[in-house]
Design a protein around this ligand. Structure first.
Ligand code: ARG
Length: 465
């Protein structure tokens, strides 16, 4: 039997391999809700424009609703021979309502249909991702308020640099997530135009109303150029690019969790809820969730790279290559969603070892900059000279095997006679973080103010949302 959707010119069945390479139903079945919504909007518009009768439109809508609930309840049998979601739905529609089903495809093509469906799908993904990122931010902000005063080592080059607060560190990820959300919103703005009615590539001779279908589907406007409408996949690429950057952020945080939970470091602990044991080493507590978040980044970036390569050099307009846009993207979005939720869970779960954090914050002469700043402030030394003097003092302390605040004052004065005991006061990790009051700095009062401002903002968003 030749294909009933286009079989007029065909007399033979496709080769098995042809069918296997062509079929996309396993992937695009996930677009069923969007496909049905777009078909309903199209049918209603066709009737309103007098292109099909109101009775046909009503039967089409009813049939589509039946299909929606059949698929929703897992009672629909998807047929591989029907290739994709569009033809599976249309074929079932013709079983349900007879020949009127054949009128639904007037003035459209699978090319504008799939572009419309996938835009709607990606738009939903963006909205879900935004909500997940807001919940992630909320978890971070809550812990940041709790730990606005908790001192930990801050690192550069993964070397102990200066003391910071744990709350400040967590708030850094709130800012990153905010930029991620902004990127998803930017992608959403450009995505939100309707390809429906571009038909195969050239538009149609029927008097359709593209503004009406665009509105019905929540798009801002119809896309202006029919060739562009069916061949554009920027919306997937942009969303994957936003997803990639977001995944990279999560991977950095995940990596920190892996480092911090290592017994060698011991800055935080994760509970049984977010760790696994080893089948051979009874003492082990592995941060698998964090490791997997770190790894999922590969899948997300891989999907972006893969689709960029699919699209590169494709001539206008629709090419079947573009059918390959969905699988990687869907897997990437699912991976990102899981990664965000796992990080949110770990943020709520982790327990910092505050004693260890404080001790580690003072290791490695982390308050040396505070001494240099004291020399600048009190003795009016140029910073470069103060840096040099402090370096010599650190050298002496290191040789003596003591921390900066443990070095006898006379030994400091041997290097710089004007140093007084007042300088020793700035060498504690607490006074170090307290002094960092510059805008965006790590001082507990800054962190508390920023976290509270974010809390308000997120609360307001939630109420509006
Ligand atoms: N399954 C196809 C896709 O995902 C739908 C569009 C097919 N169009 C066509 N002219 N064969 O791209």
């Amino acid at each position: 039997m030749s294909n009933k959707m286009w079989g007029g010119r065909f007399t033979e069945r496709p080769d098995e391999i042809m069918e296997e390479i062509n079929v996309s139903i396993d992937v695009d079945r996930h677009l069923y809700a969007q496909d049905i919504a777009a078909s309903k909007a199209h049918a209603a518009m066709l009737a309103k424009q007098g292109i099909i009768t109101a009775v046909d439109a009503k039967n089409i809508a009813k049939g589509l609703d039946t299909i929606l609930s059949e698929i929703g309840q897992d009672k629909f049998s998807f047929k591989r021979a029907l290739e994709d979601i569009h033809m599976n739905v249309e074929s079932r529609l013709s079983d349900l309502i007879g020949s009127a089903a054949g009128r639904l495809h007037t003035a459209r093509s699978r090319n504008d249909q799939v572009a419309t469906d996938f835009r709607l799908f990606v738009r939903d993904i963006i909205d879900d991702t935004d909500a997940a990122l807001a919940a992630f931010q909320r978890a971070l902000v809550d812990r940041a308020i709790e730990h606005a005063d908790t001192v930990m080592p801050g690192f550069t080059h993964l070397q102990t640099a200066q003391p910071v607060t744990f709350g400040h560190h967590l708030m850094a990820y709130v800012e990153m997530a905010a930029r991620d959300r902004g990127r998803f919103q930017d992608a959403r703005k450009r995505l939100n135009e309707s390809p429906l009615g571009a038909a195969a590539l050239a538009g149609t001779s029927f008097p359709i109303d593209r503004v009406a279908t665009a509105q019905a589907l929540g798009f801002e406007r119809p896309m202006a150029n029919s060739l562009d409408a069916v061949s554009d996949r920027d919306f997937v690429l942009e969303t994957l690019a936003a997803a990639s950057i977001c995944a990279v952020h999560l991977s950095r945080f995940a990596e920190e969790i892996v480092i911090w939970t290592s017994p060698l470091v011991g800055l935080i602990r994760l509970s049984d809820k977010f760790t696994t044991g080893s089948s051979i080493m009874p003492q082990k507590r592995n941060p698998d969730a964090a490791e997997l978040v770190r790894a999922k980044t590969g899948r997300v970036i891989g999907a972006l790279t893969g689709l960029l390569i699919v699209m590169k050099g494709l001539p206008l307009a629709y090419q079947k290559d573009m059918q390959e846009d969905k699988q990687g993207a869907m897997e990437a979005f699912a991976a990102l969603s899981l990664a965000i939720r796992a990080m949110t869970g770990m943020v709520g779960d982790l327990v910092p070892d505050q004693e260890r954090m404080k001790a580690a914050a003072g290791e490695g002469y982390a308050t040396a900059t505070d001494l240099a700043d004291w020399l600048v402030r009190t003795l009016k030394m140029p910073f470069r000279d103060a840096h040099h003097v402090t370096g010599r003092i650190v050298g002496v302390a290191f040789k003596a095997g003591v921390a900066l605040h443990e070095l006898p004052l006379q030994q400091m004065q041997a290097i710089e006679p004007r140093i007084t005991s007042a300088a020793l006061a700035v060498l504690s990790v607490e006074s170090s973080v307290k002094s960092r009051v510059s805008y965006g700095g790590t001082a507990p009062k800054n962190v508390r103010a920023q976290a509270k401002a974010w809390l308000k903002r997120l609360e307001k968003e939630r109420k509006l949302g």
